[in-house]
Design a protein around this ligand. Sequence first.
Ligand SMILES: *Cc1c(COP(=O)(O)O)cnc(C)c1O
Length: 459
Amino acid sequence: MQYVSTRGHSARKSFSVILTAALAQDGGLYMPDHIDSFTHEEITALKDASYAQLATRILSYFAGDSIACSDVEQAIEKGLKRFTSPQIAPLTKLGGNRWLLELYHGPTLAFKDYALQIVAELINDQLNRTDQRAMVLCATSGDTGAAAAAAFAGRNRVKVVVLHPEGRVSDVQRRQMTTLPNDNILNVAIRGDFDDCQALVKAMFQDSIADDLKLTAVNSINWARIVSQVVYYAWASLQLADKGNPHFVVPTGNFGNILAAQVARKLGFPIGQLTLSSNENDVLPRFFESGHMQRRETLPSLSPSMDIQVSSNFERALWWAMDCDSDALRASQQALAETGEYAVPEDIMTSLREHFNAVRCTKVDAVKEIQRVHKENNLAICPHTATASFASRSIDDSNNPVVVVATAHPAKFPVGVEQALGAVEPLPDDIERALSGEERFITLDADLDQLRQKLIDFS
Ligand SMILES: *Cc1c(COP(=O)(O)O)cnc(C)c1O
């Protein structure tokens, strides 16, 4: 298995190399040069596999011969240790043929743990094998930073720098990042929004000093993260296989999570249509309606992890829809960078719409949805999950299970939950205790020169 850039101007790389790389040299995202579907017999046989066995099969496929299968297996075993549910990603029935896929049983209570706990092990092993060090640099709308800090805390070969938009992450999210006592973590609050943080990270990776600093990306532009997320879609589809091909509804920001569902489908797992939900930052629903991608100003919402106007991973889905035409892809992304918009031809929109639908959910609808699920199922859901649950109500697919992807624990987002239910969900005790420590972070303008200097000082 080799990896190529969506923009077509970078050398082919192996999985172990792109594991600690970021964007390709030409600014594109790494993609596998092919994905073969597993055979029907193999998929059937995998129904009896444990989550860890399924993860090993999927990650080994994408690692190719660049990492020994036994090493992948061990990394997964270690990476799954901190999950508190024996099923790792339990499915809860909501009623009829509607289900909730709970992805909040990891150490920071959001789905980002499902990838980062494993990816941190893989990166650590790779650095040990090659006797190298790395500096993980990531932009976060809240959950990635917490998950990355938790996954890499205390590792002696890795430093972690996390940029979050000042005042735009929840209190719990911020504390999860900033109260870790480990000196290998630097938290930076950026005076700006998430897209500013993401733009700084992208610019830093293309900076002349990136190689010297050994910068490594663990944002969802890192392919290993996507691959680790493929596992729970494959898992859920096998659990529900006798009920039809699940239609997943995914709260979406950077498009990493839903892309993983598409990859699972490409591998042959029995998955139906995919619906993405957004909050009032509805760049993707507007795009699916009009074929016109147009970034606007980011609005604060009840679901801050989805407050995004540039969904980085959408580039990957677009590249597939364009039949891997890197020239056309590059033109669209250049237009987006220069003018904040691009249009996609109708035949490509048709191909995209075959796989994806998009639904917008306003603040008012999200609050009502939290109330409705609480009443129907006696269950609190977070405001991100609420956008998907809301979207799932409009799906008319009686032959297949509809699976709402629950991306975070409701206790992580007390503001939205309290608005809806009049009370907050308590945090698990051990997490509550951990968050009471002293917060450590610095604040910077959205300015590349300032950031570069801080990274040099910290390295
Ligand atoms: C990151 C995140 C999302 C968005 O996922 P993407 O992969 O960026 O589309 C949605 N909900 C929660 C709780 C998140 O942490």
